[in-house]
Design a protein around this ligand. Structure first.
Ligand SMILES: Nc1ncnc2c1ncn2[C@@H]1O[C@H](COP(=O)(O)OP(=O)(O)OP(=O)(O)O)[C@@H](O)[C@H]1O
Length: 892
C-alpha cells in the first residue's frame, strides 16, 4: 500500500491555474478539490470513499449521481456502488455480472474518459445496472480507475440536466482519477491485510479451541461458530474412511443441514460411501480443497446419495478437503454452499489452512472415542464378568447372559449347548428365558437333562472359527431332538463355538435382525464369548461338584449305615466272641486256628450250615496281625450273579445301567484286612476266574475302570458244599479250589460233638435270659437230655434259636423242657399244625425280617439293604429289629 497523499500533476497544474483566481468564488473549486483530496485519502473502505466523495463531487461536478463499478478479481462479478447525491440516501451496492464501460476499460487497459453521448451509445440495455442510467444519458460521463496496468474499475457520473458537462469536469476527473485509484488500491491492500489478520486470528482461535475438542458435537460447534460466517457455507459434513479402506461413513453430521427434511435423509446418513465415487477420489489426490460446481454436473441416479440429496436441497457448490495422516487419506471435510454463495479463492485457501487443524481434531475425537469405547467395553466386560461370577443359579445366569447379548449386540433367542467329552453329543445348559420355544415339547426333555446326539447344525457349528449363519428348514420330524428345534423355524440361526483356549466346550446359537455376521467381528464379542465360555465351564464344574457332593453325602449315608452295621457286627462279635467247645473235635479246630491266624495264608472253612464257620473266620481275623483292620464279609449266595463282580471289585460311574455313582468293592474295602467269602461254592464260574486272578495278582480292576488297583487282602472262604464234588460236576474251577484250599479247616456238625451241647446250651440260656431280663439259671436234666438226643440239622444256629425261643417261653427260673421238632415233623413241615401256620403275627414279622436280612447278607441300609427291600426307612427297620429282639447273630 502506498502512503500519503500524492497530488497528480493535472491537479497541480489546475492548482497553478487557480492561483490566479481573485475572488472566493473563483477559489471555490480549488478548495473543493483539496477537500476532495483529503476526503479521498481519509477513506478506509470503499463505502467510506463513496460517502466521502459525495459532497465534493456535488460541488465540483454538479452531479446528480455517481457510481463506482469495481472489478472483483476473485469472482466473475463487478461491484456496483452507487452514490445518489440528490437523494442523499445510503449507498446501495450490488454485484453485477457485466458492465460495458468496465469491459471497455479493461479491454483498453489504460486511462479512459467517457464523454457525454458516448455513454448513451454504450449502455447495454441488458446490463443489470441499466436502470441506474436515466433518460438524460447524454449527461453521463466517466473515467477509468487503474493503477499501472491494473484496471480497478470505472467511475460514472450523471451531471445535472441544467448543466452540460464542462471541459473543466474532464480536467478535474482526470486529476482525481489517479488519486481515487491509489486510494482504492490502498483500501484493497488494507482489506487484504485485514483479511489476513482476521484469518490469522481465526486460525489462532480455532487452534485454541480445537486443542480441547473431545467429541463430534464440540467439533461441530466450533466449525459452525468460527467458520460458518467467515466462509459462508450452509452446513458441513465429515466422512472418515472405514477399516476396509474403500468406503467412508459419516463421522460428523450437522443436524441442521439443508437435506435434513429430504425423504431419503435417514438412509443417506447410514450408507457406506465408496471413495471411488468421482468426488472423494478426486479430492483424495489433491492437496488443496476441491470446489465442485454442482450446476455444472449431471445429477442423476448414479450420483452419490450425499451429493444428490444436497443438490436437491438447494446446495450448488461443494468444497471438499482431504484429511491425511502418515501419508494416508483418512477422511474428507465437505462444506456445502447454497445458491449465490460460491466460495471465493480466499475462502478456499482459508479452508485449506483450516483443514489440517480440523483433521487433527477429527483424529483426536476418534482417538477419544476409541478410548471411551474401550473403557466402556472394559467396564461392560467387567460388569458382565462380575454378574456372571455372582450368578450361581442357572435362571439368574440365563437372565445375565440374555441381557448382555441383547444390549450389546441385539442378539435374541440364545441357547448355549455344552459339548460333551466325546464331541458327538451336546446338552442344552442355558437358554433365553424370554424366547418363544413354546412350539416344541422337546424343551421338557431338555429340562430333564436330555443329551442330543450330533445333528447337522452341531457338526457344522463345532468347526466354525467365526460366527456364521446357518439357515434352517422346517424340521422333518418335530419330535426328534436337534438344535434347530429349539427355535421357531424356518429361520437363520447364528452359531459360534465357545472355546477355552483352543478346546470347543460349547455352541452358542442365537437369532439376529442383522443380515451379515460382521457386526460380531469386534473384540467385544470375542471377549463376551470368552466370558460365557468361562461361566459355562464354571457351571459345568458347579454341576459336577453338586453331583460329587450328592454322591459324597450319599456315600456318607452309606458309610453311616455301614458304621452302624459294623458296630452291630462288633456287638455281635463281642456277644459271640466266645467260641464254645471243649470237645476233641473243637480242640483240633482251635489248634488249626492258632496255627494259621498269624499268617496271610488263605483259609478254607468247610462245614454244614450253622456250624460256626463265620465265627471261626472272625476268630482267625481277630487272632491275626490284621485285627485292627476290617474283616469284610461277602455272601456269594445272597447276591444276584451279575452284581457279585461289582460287589467284589467295585465300579466306576456310568460303567453299566444303574451305576449312577462310583462305588468301591469289598476287596478295596478289606484292604489291609480280611475278606471273608461266605458261600464260595455259589460263585458263578465266570467270576471264579476273576477272583482267581485277584488272588494271584493281588490287584483288582473296577468295572469300567481304567487301571488296576493293588490290594493287600487276606482271604478266608467258607462253604457248606463239597467243593471237590462241585469240581467234578464242573461247577467249581479246580484252579480256584486249589488256590483256596491252602489251609482247610473242617468244622464238625453239632451231632458229631454232642459233648459240647450242655456247655453251648447253658451259654445261650444265660445270654438270652440276661437279654430278656429273666432270671433263668438252669436247664433241667430231662430238658438237657432232650437237647443231647436231638440231631441238630441246623447245628449251633438251631440250638441258639431253640434256646432263645425257650427262654422267651419260660416263666420259671429253670428250663424244664424244650419243644424240639420230632423226626416226623422235621421231615414234613416246620412250625405248621394241621396245614395252618400257627405262628403269631409278630413271629411272622420276625421271621420275615430275618429272612430278608439273610438275603441281604445282614445289610440294613443302602441300595441292597433289607430296609430298601422291605420298603421302609432303615431307622424304622432298626427300631423294629430292636423291638423284636433281632440281633446281628440272628441275621445270617
Ligand atoms: N462254637 C460256638 N460257640 C458259640 N456260638 C457259636 C459257635 N459256633 C456257632 N455259634 C453261633 O451259631 C450261629 C451260627 O454260626 P455261624 O454263622 O458262624 O455258622 P456258619 O457255619 O457260618 O453258618 P452258615 O453256613 O449258615 O453261614 C452264630 O450265632 C454263632 O455265634
Amino acid at each position: 500500500m502506498e502512503k500519503g497523499i500524492t497530488f497528480p500533476t493535472s491537479l497541480l497544474k489546475l492548482n497553478g491555474e487557480m492561483a490566479n483566481f481573485k475572488s472566493d468564488e473563483e477559489c471555490e473549486p480549488l478548495t473543493q478539490l483539496f477537500s476532495l483530496s483529503e476526503k479521498i485519502s481519509a477513506a478506509r473502505s470503499i463505502i467510506e470513499l463513496v460517502k466521502n466523495v459525495e459532497e465534493p463531487f456535488k460541488k465540483l461536478f454538479s452531479v446528480n449521481k455517481f457510481a463506482f463499478v469495481l472489478r472483483d478479481k476473485s469472482s466473475k462479478c463487478h461491484i456496483f456502488l452507487s452514490g445518489d447525491v440528490k437523494c442523499g440516501d445510503a449507498f446501495p451496492q450490488h454485484r453485477i455480472l457485466s458492465d460495458s464501460f468496465l469491459d471497455r476499460t479493461v479491454r483498453l487497459g489504460e486511462f479512459d474518459i467517457y464523454g457525454p453521448g458516448e455513454i448513451s451509445k454504450n449502455i447495454d440495455s441488458a446490463a443489470q445496472n441499466s436502470r441506474w442510467y436515466s433518460a438524460a444519458a447524454d449527461n453521463f460521463f466517466g473515467f477509468s480507475l487503474s493503477k499501472g496496468t491494473d484496471v480497478l474499475g470505472v467511475l460514472l457520473m450523471e451531471g445535472q440536466s441544467t448543466r452540460t458537462v464542462q471541459e473543466t469536469d474532464f480536467s478535474f476527473a482526470q486529476s482525481i482519477s489517479s488519486q481515487l485509484s491509489l486510494a482504492i488500491s490502498n483500501i484493497y491492500a488494507l482489506n487484504e491485510i485485514r483479511r489476513q489478520d482476521r484469518e490469522r486470528q481465526l486460525l489462532l482461535d480455532l487452534n485454541a479451541h480445537i486443542a480441547t475438542v473431545r467429541d463430534t458435537n464440540e467439533l461441530l460447534g466450533i466449525i459452525n461458530d468460527h467458520l460458518k460466517n467467515t466462509i459462508g457455507f450452509s452446513h458441513t459434513l465429515i466422512g472418515t474412511v472405514n477399516e476396509d479402506g474403500l468406503t467412508t461413513s459419516a463421522f460428523l453430521l450437522d443436524p441442521n443441514s439443508a437435506p435434513k427434511n429430504h425423504p431419503m435423509y435417514a438412509d443417506a446418513k447410514c450408507v457406506r460411501y465408496a471413495i471411488n465415487d468421482g468426488f472423494m477420489n478426486i479430492c483424495a489426490d489433491q492437496s488443496d480443497p476441491v470446489l465442485f460446481d454442482l450446476d455444472e454436473l449431471i445429477i442423476d441416479e448414479s450420483t452419490p446419495l450425499y451429493i444428490k440429496l444436497n443438490y436437491e436441497s438447494g446446495i450448488r457448490h461443494l468444497a471438499m478437503s482431504r484429511f491425511r495422516k502418515n501419508n494416508n487419506v483418512f477422511g474428507f471435510w465437505m462444506l456445502f454452499f447454497p445458491e449465490g454463495h460460491c466460495p471465493s479463492k480466499a475462502c478456499l485457501s482459508l479452508i485449506s489452512g483450516i483443514s489440517s487443524q480440523i483433521s487433527i481434531a477429527v483424529s483426536n475425537v476418534k482417538a477419544n472415542e476409541e478410548i471411551e469405547r474401550r473403557e466402556k467395553e472394559k467396564s461392560t466386560l467387567l460388569k458382565f464378568s462380575n454378574d456372571l461370577a455372582s450368578s450361581t443359579k442357572k435362571d439368574v445366569l440365563e437372565r445375565v447372559v440374555k441381557q448382555q447379548l441383547s444390549a450389546l449386540f441385539s442378539i435374541e433367542n440364545f441357547s448355549l449347548h455344552a459339548v460333551r467329552e466325546n464331541k458327538k453329543e451336546h446338552e442344552l445348559v442355558l437358554s433365553d428365558p424370554d424366547a418363544d420355544f413354546s412350539q416344541y415339547d422337546i424343551l421338557e426333555d431338555f429340562s430333564n437333562g436330555l443329551i442330543l446326539t450330533s445333528d447337522s447344525i452341531f457338526s457344522r457349528a463345532i468347526n466354525l472359527e467365526e460366527p456364521d449363519f446357518i439357515t434352517l428348514g422346517r424340521p422333518n420330524n418335530p419330535g426328534s431332538a436337534s438344535l434347530s428345534e429349539l427355535f421357531k423355524t424356518p429361520l437363520s440361526l447364528l452359531v459360534i463355538p465357545i472355546k477355552i483356549e483352543s478346546e470347543v466346550i460349547g455352541i452358542l446359537s442365537f437369532t439376529s435382525d442383522r443380515k451379515d455376521p460382521e457386526f460380531l467381528d469386534g473384540n467385544l464379542f470375542r471377549s463376551v464369548c470368552s466370558q460365557i465360555a468361562i461361566s459355562l465351564a464354571n457351571l459345568e464344574a458347579r454341576e459336577a461338584t453338586k453331583l460329587h457332593i450328592k454322591e459324597i453325602s450319599r456315600s456318607n449315608v452309606q458309610l453311616e449305615d455301614e458304621k452302624t452295621y459294623l458296630q452291630q457286627e462288633i456287638d455281635t462279635f463281642q456277644n459271640s466272641s466266645e467260641v464254645i467247645g471243649s470237645s476233641t473235635e473243637m480242640s483240633q479246630v482251635f489248634k488249626l486256628v492258632s496255627q494259621v491266624a498269624s499268617s496271610v495264608s488263605t483259609v478254607l472253612l468247610l462245614g454244614e450250615t450253622g456250624t460256626g464257620k463265620e465265627l471261626i473266620a472272625r476268630a482267625i481275623h481277630n487272632a491275626s496281625p490284621r485285627r485292627d483292620q476290617l474283616m469284610v464279609k461277602v455272601n456269594c449266595a445272597a447276591l444276584p450273579a451279575n452284581l457279585i463282580e461289582s460287589e467284589l471289585f467295585g465300579h466306576e460311574r456310568g460303567s453299566f445301567t444303574g451305576a449312577t455313582e462310583r462305588r468301591i468293592g469289598k476287596f478295596e474295602l478289606a484292604n489291609n484286612g480280611t475278606l471273608f467269602l461266605d458261600e464260595i461254592g455259589e460263585m458263578p464260574l465266570d467270576l471264579q476266574v476273576k477272583l482267581l486272578r485277584a488272588l494271584q495278582e493281588r490287584e483288582i480292576e473296577r468295572i469300567g475302570g481304567k487301571g488296576t488297583i493293588k490290594v493287600n487282602v487276606r482271604v478266608i472262604a467258607a462253604t457248606n458244599r463239597d467243593l471237590e464234588k462241585e469240581m467234578e460236576a464242573g461247577n467249581f474251577r479246580s484252579d480256584l479250589f486249589y488256590r483256596l484250599n491252602i489251609f482247610p479247616i473242617s468244622l464238625p456238625a453239632l451231632r458229631d460233638r454232642k459233648s459240647d451241647i450242655p456247655e453251648l446250651a447253658n451259654f445261650f440260656m444265660l445270654r438270652f435270659a440276661k437279654r430278656s431280663g429273666k432270671k433263668i439259671s438252669d436247664i433241667s436234666k430231662k430238658a438237657m437230655q432232650e437237647l443231647t438226643e436231638y440231631s441238630w440239622p441246623g447245628n449251633i444256629r438251631e440250638l441258639e434259636h431253640q434256646l432263645e425261643r425257650t427262654v422267651l417261653l419260660t416263666n420259671d427260673h429253670i428250663i424244664r423242657e424244650f419243644h424240639l421238632p420230632c423226626k416226623k415233623q422235621l421231615k414234613n413241615f416246620e412250625n405248621v399244625t394241621n396245614g395252618f401256620d400257627m405262628s403269631t403275627l409278630e413271629e411272622n414279622e420276625r421271621k420275615h425280617i430275618l429272612s430278608i436280612l439273610m438275603h441281604c447278607n445282614g445289610r440294613i441300609a443302602g441300595v441292597n439293604g433289607a430296609a430298601s427291600v422291605l420298603g421302609i426307612p432303615s431307622s424304622t427297620l432298626s427300631s423294629r429289629m430292636r423291638k423284636l429282639g433281632i440281633k446281628r447273630q440272628h441275621q445270617v
